[in-house]
Design a protein around this ligand. Structure first.
Ligand code: ATR
Length: 280
């Protein structure tokens, strides 16, 4: 039952129609944290400032932020966490007694997805496919939180890989012009942050897995749940992690940012994962 004490949370973005966040957070509120509600708000770019103003005036406790507002929203906040500063983007805002704090849980969601499978990124050799917006967030958070041995960047457009390396300015980054420059057996972890294989072009794969050995494959794509890349990885006996795991974990970490005491059992986490999968 909702009443005058109900705490309001939500998502701001455009479009928000397909978002799984309302399902995830309202599931948590039904089962674990009572008397809260999570709503999706479609906010136009020109209305972003007033939407953020409404957060304090209506005492909305937390927002998630999605495309296209993740970068510009930072202008309207009072404080940014180190991770939000590092990535130059915010996906979670906490209203702490009228002070708006911007944070980013996307990268930690990715790292948690690996930790859930008992995979540590420290001292590992990583091959990152892609050099777009998602690649920037993934790379930045791995370099910020973990200590990989080396990260190779491979992208269709070589110049974009060079730009990404320049922005990150880290000696562990190596840009490849082509996959032929790489000894595949040296790679421990493959991360796909391109859109190749995403619905509806589900028959595409960004890389040929022949030649890799003892690999873990992560695909940031979550639609379809199992991309062609993940299917091929599985067939080779590699460990595979789907993008849904990053999505689930970034949401749970957002909830923990709002409620420092929030903890979820693996049983409840499985139930929420299942509900999200059913709604992809
Ligand atoms: P996002 O914000 O989701 O990362 P993006 O910035 O448009 O989106 O980046 C998409 C990524 O997928 C890029 O690395 C892109 O390669 P280019 O930099 O060469 O454009 C990659 N990508 C998209 N379609 C591709 C395709 N058909 N083959 C190879 N790479 C592709």
């Amino acid at each position: 039952m909702l009443d005058y004490k109900t705490e309001v949370y939500g998502l701001i973005g455009n479009p928000v129609e397909k978002s799984l966040s309302p399902i995830m957070h309202n599931d948590i509120y039904e089962k674990l944290l009572k008397n809260r509600v999570y709503l999706a708000f479609n906010v136009k770019e020109e209305d972003l400032e007033s939407a953020i103003g409404g957060m304090t005036s209506l005492d909305i406790k937390g927002f998630n932020v999605t495309i296209p507002h993740k970068i510009r929203v930072m202008e309207y906040l009072d404080e940014l966490t180190d991770m939000a500063l590092k990535l130059g983007a915010v996906n979670t805002i906490k209203n702490l007694n009228g002070r708006l704090i911007g944070h980013n849980t996307d990268g930690d969601g990715l790292i948690q997805a690996f930790e859930d499978e008992d995979i540590d990124l420290d001292e590992r050799v990583i091959l990152l496919l892609g050099a777009g917006g998602a690649s920037f967030g993934i790379l930045g958070s791995i370099l910020f939180r973990k200590n990989p041995k080396k990260i190779y960047i491979l992208n269709r457009t070589y110049e974009k890989s060079l730009k990404l390396k320049d922005k990150m300015d880290d000696e562990r980054l190596v840009v490849l012009k082509s996959i032929d420059e790489l000894k595949k057996s040296e790679v421990d972890i493959l991360i796909n942050s391109t859109s190749v294989g995403m619905y509806p072009k589900v028959d595409e794969s960004p890389i040929d897995l022949d030649g890799f050995m003892d690999l873990t494959v992560f695909d940031a794509i979550y639609k379809p749940l199992e991309t062609r890349l993940l299917k091929e990885g599985k067939a080779k006996g590699f460990k595979v992690i789907g993008g849904i795991e990053m999505l689930l974990n970034q949401g749970l970490l957002a909830q923990s940012f709002w409620d420092e005491s929030f903890l979820i059992s693996s049983e409840d986490k499985n139930k929420i994962r299942k509900r999200m999968m059913e709604n992809i």
